[in-house]
Structures are given as structure tokens and as C-alpha cells.
Design a protein around this ligand. Structure first.
Ligand SMILES: [Zn+2]
Length: 116
């Protein structure tokens, strides 16, 4: 269960931003979450509903967009996208090398929010 602390930190950032910008209510929050993270959309929304009670963000809808998993080849530094299922035997499209490191797919951040 990683959703609770992550949802808390997302809410904190949203509220900070809302206060700074004289927002009356936060309507929608667009999140980008890496495909590799094990966060469940439903749970993030449920935790968010619970934590945001009585705040400017109460009732806000979370729109979650999954970002692709990107690997970078250790031989030629080309970066390329892979699916979760193919991660184990990913091959660099540039040089055919199999030695790579993860450069994105685990991150989460707030992309945008709609307020009034
Ligand atoms: Zn390569």
C-alpha cells in the first residue's frame, strides 16, 4: 500500500497551489503516473476523497494518465519505450544490446489542475 502517503503528498501540493492562487474550489486534478508504479487508480481516488474532506479540494476528480516505461541502452545511450510484459527481454532498437537501465515509468506528478 503506497497510495496513502502518495495521495497525501499530492493533496498537500494541490492545496498549497490553490492557496497561492486564490482558488475557491479544485475541480479536477490531472496526474501522470508511470506504468510501472503499482498505484491503483480507484484507491488513489478513494484516499483522496477521504483526505480532502473539508478542504478546497473536496470532491475533486482525479484524472490519471499513465506514462510509458522508458529504458536507456547502456551501450549506445538510445532510449526506447517498452511494455511491462516485455521488460525482461527488451532489446535496444539502435544496436540490439540487452543491457539497459530504467529512466522513467515509476514517477508520479501533478500535470495540471482545473479550479474555479
Ligand atoms: Zn543500444
Amino acid at each position: 500500500m503506497h497510495e496513502l502517503p502518495i495521495t497525501e503528498s499530492i493533496l498537500k501540493i494541490v492545496l498549497m497551489h490553490a492557496k497561492k492562487n486564490d482558488v475557491r474550489q479544485v475541480m479536477t486534478i490531472h496526474l501522470r503516473v508511470g506504468r510501472l508504479s503499482d498505484l491503483e487508480d480507484d484507491w488513489i481516488q478513494r484516499y483522496f476523497d477521504f483526505l480532502s474532506k473539508g478542504t478546497l479540494a473536496e470532491g475533486a476528480k482525479l484524472k490519471i494518465e499513465r506514462t510509458p516505461i522508458m529504458l536507456q541502452c547502456n551501450a549506445c545511450t538510445a532510449s526506447y519505450e517498452v511494455e511491462v510484459a516485455n521488460m525482461g527481454d527488451a532489446v535496444c532498437p539502435g544496436c540490439g544490446g540487452k543491457d539497459s537501465k530504467l529512466i522513467s515509468g515509476r514517477e508520479y506528478y501533478i500535470k495540471d489542475m482545473e479550479v474555479r
